[in-house]
Design a protein around this ligand. Sequence first.
Ligand SMILES: NC(=O)c1ccc[n+]([C@@H]2O[C@H](COP(=O)([O-])OP(=O)(O)OC[C@H]3O[C@@H](n4cnc5c(N)ncnc54)[C@H](OP(=O)(O)O)[C@@H]3O)[C@@H](O)[C@H]2O)c1
Length: 297
Amino acid sequence: MKILLTGIHGQVGSAISRRLPSYATVLAPPRSELDLADLVAVRKWMHQEQPDLVINAAAYTAVDKAEQEPDVAFLLNAELPHCLSQCLAEWQGALVHYSTDYVFDGTRIQGGYTEDEPPHPLGIYGKSKRQGEVLLMESEAPVLIFRTSWVYSLHGRNFLKTMLKLGQERDELRIVNDQWGAPTWAGSIAEATIAVLQKVLTDGLPVNAAVRPYSGLYHMTNGGSTSWYSFTQRIFEQCRYTTHLVPISSAEYPSPVIRPANSRLDNGKLARTFEVRLPDWEVALDQCLSGLSGNSE
Ligand SMILES: NC(=O)c1ccc[n+]([C@@H]2O[C@H](COP(=O)([O-])OP(=O)(O)OC[C@H]3O[C@@H](n4cnc5c(N)ncnc54)[C@H](OP(=O)(O)O)[C@@H]3O)[C@@H](O)[C@H]2O)c1
């Protein structure tokens, strides 16, 4: 099986690259070799290589900056996955794609959003990711779309890395305490993705035929939920940082984009369909932080 993995240097892409089975031929051109914003080059590359499966971990993920760069955000988050799926349909391939809790406005009062609840994104990033979902759901190639949330790892730019740095520099930090969601370790997303693929691709069918019955949206986050403030408390406890943490409201932390207050995603469909469950967020955080003393994740 030939797999194209995009976004190899991103959080999720790099975690996946470390876990892909050795029987697969994995092609993972970095940006310097294939600019994914150049759809002509992407089409040419796809036709040359004709991968059976594309795992699209590349995306435009700068939530605030997207407000100034809507064209680039829509190109990477909507047109690129659409282009990949159109190519894959030509040779019976399949796509794995990632989306986000930011397709919702976060006004749900309690519990987590299910896959069949109507999205209502608040900013350009969420709108561009939602547009990607819509285009993929209409596409001919089968696609597994995994919506995740609050992604972090020891690799790349993310909330955990920022807190690990600020915790060493500051005596006091003010952290938002009225947004709720599941911090999700990129390693857990990678493990769950591989587990789903192992389940789906076991019976010797061509990739396209094997994935088609499962084609659709799935929520994939670590279990449980917390606020950014409580997440930070846990990070600092585990790292024995003594920085004083002050809980604040979103209104006290102005940003160009309103973040969903309730980012919780219900993972029931993933568990029912594939028997795949991600660890609770506290367990995943410990797994990730154990990498501080050893491996690079
Ligand atoms: N981060 C989160 O909190 C979060 C939350 C919910 C959902 N998600 C979704 O999860 C998925 C993975 O996110 P992530 O956090 O792993 O993203 P990330 O760390 O920002 O990585 C994105 C990757 O996309 C690549 N990329 C962007 N534009 C490119 C271009 N023009 N050509 C080639 N490569 C390009 C980047 O390449 P470079 O390394 O060269 O920059 C990078 O490797 C995305 O679909 C994202 O929307 C993320």
